[in-house]
Design a protein around this ligand. Structure first.
Ligand code: SF4
Length: 246
C-alpha cells in the first residue's frame, strides 16, 4: 500500500448487495501527502536505524528516562540511567526512596528536584490507580505527574505499539521548515502530521526528525546543500533559509 493510502474495509461485494454499486476506491493522495511520502522515504533511507534514543528495557524505565530528558540531552540521560535502573526496579522503589537519594543519582540531568518529585508522583499514581503497571492509554498516561502528550506518545509508540506523533523541538522545527505545518503549537502540529501520514508512520517520523535534526537540519546552520530532501523543502528559498542555510 502506498504511503497515505488507506484500505477501505469491504465486508460485502457489490453483487452481495444485489446492486451494481461500484466498489469504492481509496481517496487520491493530496499533493502534500505525496510530497510527505517522498520526504519520509528519503529520510528512512538516510537514517535506517532511527528509533527511540533513550535507553530502556521496559515501560517504567522509559517513563523515568523521558521525565529526565526534559531540558536535558538524551545522551546525558543515557549516562545517568544505568546506575539509576540498577538501584530502582519498581514503582515502589521510587516511592520509598529516602529523601535526597533519588535526587543525588539524577542530579546531572538538571532540574533534579522537580524531576525527582515528578518521578515519585508518577510512580505513586501508578501504584494507586493502575495496579503497579504503567498505563497504556493517552488519557491514563496524562494522569501521571511530569507526563504531557509528548511523553505519553513516546511511551505509546515505543512500548505499547500505539503510534503517536512526538512533537519535540526537532520535530517542530523540521516539520515547520518542510511546510507540513504553519503552527507553533505542539498539539496543532501533532494533528497536522496525523493528517498527512497513515498511523503506522507517526512514531517513526518523530525518530527521523530527531536524527535529521542532529545530523543536517540543525537549528542554527541547516546543511541544506547536503540534504536528501533539499528539492522537496521550501525552507532554503525563504528569507531565513537564505540567511542560515548552507
Ligand atoms: S533542505 Fe534544509 S531546511 Fe529543509 S529539511 Fe533539509 S536541511 Fe532542513
Amino acid at each position: 500500500m502506498s504511503l497515505g493510502a488507506r484500505a477501505i474495509p469491504c465486508t460485502k461485494s457489490a453483487s452481495d448487495k444485489g446492486t451494481h454499486e461500484m466498489a469504492k476506491t481509496p481517496p487520491a493522495l493530496t499533493a502534500a501527502q505525496t510530497r510527505a511520502a517522498e520526504v519520509f522515504m528519503r529520510l528512512v533511507a538516510r537514517y535506517p536505524g532511527a528509533q527511540c534514543s533513550l535507553d530502556h528495557r521496559d515501560p517504567l524505565q522509559l517513563l523515568v528516562a523521558t521525565i529526565l530528558a526534559a531540558q536535558c540531552t538524551d545522551a546525558r540521560v543515557n549516562q545517568v540511567t544505568p546506575a539509576l535502573f540498577r538501584k530502582y526496579l519498581t514503582p515502589e522503589d521510587y516511592v520509598r526512596a529516602p529523601e535526597g537519594a533519588l535526587e543525588e543519582v539524577i542530579r546531572r540531568c538538571g532540574f533534579y528536584r522537580m524531576k525527582a518529585k515528578n518521578i515519585r508522583g508518577a510512580c505513586a499514581t501508578i501504584l494507586e490507580r493502575f495496579g503497579g503497571k504503567v498505563p497504556q492509554t493517552m488519557d491514563e498516561l496524562l494522569q501521571l505527574d511530569g507526563v504531557g502528550r509528548k511523553t505519553a506518545n513516546v511511551l505509546l509508540g515505543a512500548c505499547f505499539n500505539t503510534p503517536g506523533v512526538v512533537v519535540d523541538t526537532h520535530c517542530m522545527r523540521i516539520t515547520r521548515r518542510l511546510g507540513f505545518t504553519k503552527s507553533k503549537d505542539p498539539k496543532k502540529i501533532e494533528l497536522d502530521l496525523m493528517k498527512i501520514w497513515p498511523q503506522e508512520k507517526w512514531s517513526l517520523w518523530s525518530h527521523l526528525t530527531v536524527f535529521h535534526g542532529r545530523d543536517l537540519c540543525t537549528a542554527r546552520a541547516p546543511q541544506c546543500s547536503q540534504c536528501p530532501v533539499r528539492e522537496l523543502c521550501p525552507f532554503p528559498e525563504t528569507k531565513e533559509g537564505k540567511r542560515i542555510g548552507k
